[in-house]
Design a binder for this molecule. Structure first.
Ligand code: 13P
Length: 284
């Protein structure tokens, strides 16, 4: 099966009141682990690729891995640029074969964010590619981008509604209290903002920073109206811990397959647990 746009996945999730997982792909083992989990549970999913991951893997390898996953699994899979920073990066990804892009204009003024997002929506939609926008700023660290908690701004419902109406995005990430990376304490999710926006606009709301959020809070976020949840750090932590365990146990290991196989297996378990939690099993 060819890669699909998020519009093949998210409207069904909104109607069915479940959430599709965006699992970030950082290398071959991530692609394999996420795909295996999806296949075991017959679940659609979204590969998220940040600009940092894109630089690390190279755009050709990235698209080839995602296409191989879609072909091998037969599942509907979207390949989505995560936190794209410019029109040029978004177009480069679309030309290379991405089926979806995010433009994160949250560091611009509200009006500039609308203007820049609109340009990307126009170009992407002409090529059948879906677009996610962002409003408010999500705290924490992803790649080289760090937003201090005190600078993380919650999205305002009336601004989110107007943002959708003016830009025509297919999905909208709204800052509601989660952050990228693991949490020192428990995040405070503003379910009221999710509810208000989800009721007012027909597109999907996206919860970034899914790692380390207690299960019940994710379930409550889906109940409030979130239909896409992004997870990256939890896979990184589980995979790296498995590698550390192997190397700590035996200092003589040198064959990467000896530590990457347990890392991959650990990530399969993380992704499966999220798919089950999000209600995406058997939704392919
Ligand atoms: P985490 O790394 O906190 O899971 O966040 C992932 C994310 O939101 C990617 O955009």
């Amino acid at each position: 099966m060819a890669l699909v746009s998020m519009n093949e996945l998210l409207p069904k999730a909104k109607a069915g009141k479940y959430a599709v997982g965006q699992f970030n792909m950082n290398n071959l083992e991530f692609a394999q682990a996420i795909t295996q989990a999806g296949m075991e549970l017959n679940a659609p999913f979204i590969f998220g690729v940040s600009e940092g991951a894109l630089k690390y893997m190279g755009i050709e390898y990235t698209v080839a891995l995602a296409e191989a996953s879609a072909k091998k699994s037969g599942l509907p899979i979207a390949l989505h640029l995560d936190h794209g920073s410019s029109f040029d990066v978004a177009m480069k990804c679309i030309r290379a074969g991405f089926s979806s892009v995010m433009f994160d204009g949250s560091h611009h003024s509200y009006e500039d964010n609308i203007r820049l997002t609109k340009e990307i929506v126009k170009a992407a939609h002409a090529m059948g590619v879906s677009v996610e926008g962002e409003l408010g700023t999500i705290g924490g660290t992803e790649d080289d981008i760090s937003v201090a908690e005190e600078n993380a701004n919650l999205a305002k419902p009336e601004e989110a509604i107007r943002f959708y109406e003016e830009t025509g995005v297919d999905a909208l990430a709204i800052a509601v209290g989660t952050a990228h990376g693991m949490y020192a304490g428990v995040p405070k999710i503003h379910y009221d903002i999710i509810e208000q926006v989800a009721r007012a606009i027909p597109i999907s709301l996206v919860l970034h920073g899914g790692s380390g959020v207690p299960d019940q809070m994710l379930i409550d976020a889906i109940k409030a109206g979130v239909t896409k949840i992004n997870v990256n750090t939890e896979n990184q932590v589980a995979g790296t811990q498995a590698i550390r365990d192997v190397l700590n146990k035996d200092a003589k290991v040198y064959d990467p397959r000896k530590y990457l196989t347990p890392a991959r297996n650990a990530m399969v378990e993380v992704v499966k647990s999220k798919i089950i939690l999000f209600g995406t099993s058997n939704k392919s």
